[in-house]
Design a protein around this ligand. Structure first.
Ligand SMILES: CC(C)(COP(=O)(O)OP(=O)(O)OC[C@H]1O[C@@H](n2cnc3c(N)ncnc32)[C@H](O)[C@@H]1OP(=O)(O)O)[C@@H](O)C(=O)NCCC(=O)NCCS
Length: 146
């Protein structure tokens, strides 16, 4: 059964989520392994999705006043399209609301845009832009929550 937990940056499950993030978000694009995921940022709140003890999904919520940014949304390949991503997003948006944010935003890879649109996010960037270590095209998407 799927469980969602907010965990501290030094929690072993955040380390496990690094391997997951690398496998899902970086390796398919040939990005060499790296160590600095920025998980120690004091503004970061880490959400893991667990199937038993296995980390099958992750996202990081960055809270800055009335805005919250979601980063590194990743679901293990063999758990995709089973509702894990939807559950992560619902919990992350609930937490952002609880923290006083009125807007949640993220940079979405183009193949994931339909997933976020289904959850009420809208594209707000005029043009796609290459972003991050992979150089993949992204668009900014936002969802008002307050
Ligand atoms: C995109 C991602 C986070 C979605 O999480 P998920 O757990 O697979 O999604 P869910 O099972 O909750 O999907 C719910 C619905 O969203 C839509 N959806 C999910 N992934 C989609 C995709 N890649 N393309 C189009 N629609 C998608 C579908 O309508 C899906 O319902 P269905 O399976 O009944 O058709 C996940 O597939 C993933 O990690 N992909 C690779 C990494 C990535 O792109 N991360 C986002 C970076 S911005």
């Amino acid at each position: 059964m799927l469980r969602l937990e907010w965990v501290a940056s030094d929690d072993a499950r955040v380390r496990a989520a690094r391997a997951l993030r690398y496998e899902v978000l970086m390796a398919p694009f040939g990005v060499p392994p790296f160590h600095d995921w920025g998980d120690d940022d004091p503004a970061a709140f880490h959400l893991v999705a667990l199937d038993g003890e296995r980390v099958v999904g992750y996202t990081r919520l960055m809270h800055r006043g009335e805005e919250a940014q979601l980063r590194h949304v990743a679901v293990a390949f063999d758990a995709q399209r089973t509702g894990v991503g939807t559950a992560l997003m619902a919990e992350a948006c609930a937490k952002a609301t609880e923290m006083g944010a009125r807007l949640v935003w993220l940079n979405a890879r183009l193949p994931a845009v339909a997933f976020y649109e289904r959850l009420g996010f809208v594209v707000t960037s005029a043009e796609p832009f290459a972003s991050g270590r992979t150089g993949q095209l992204h668009v900014r998407m936002e969802r008002r929550i307050g």
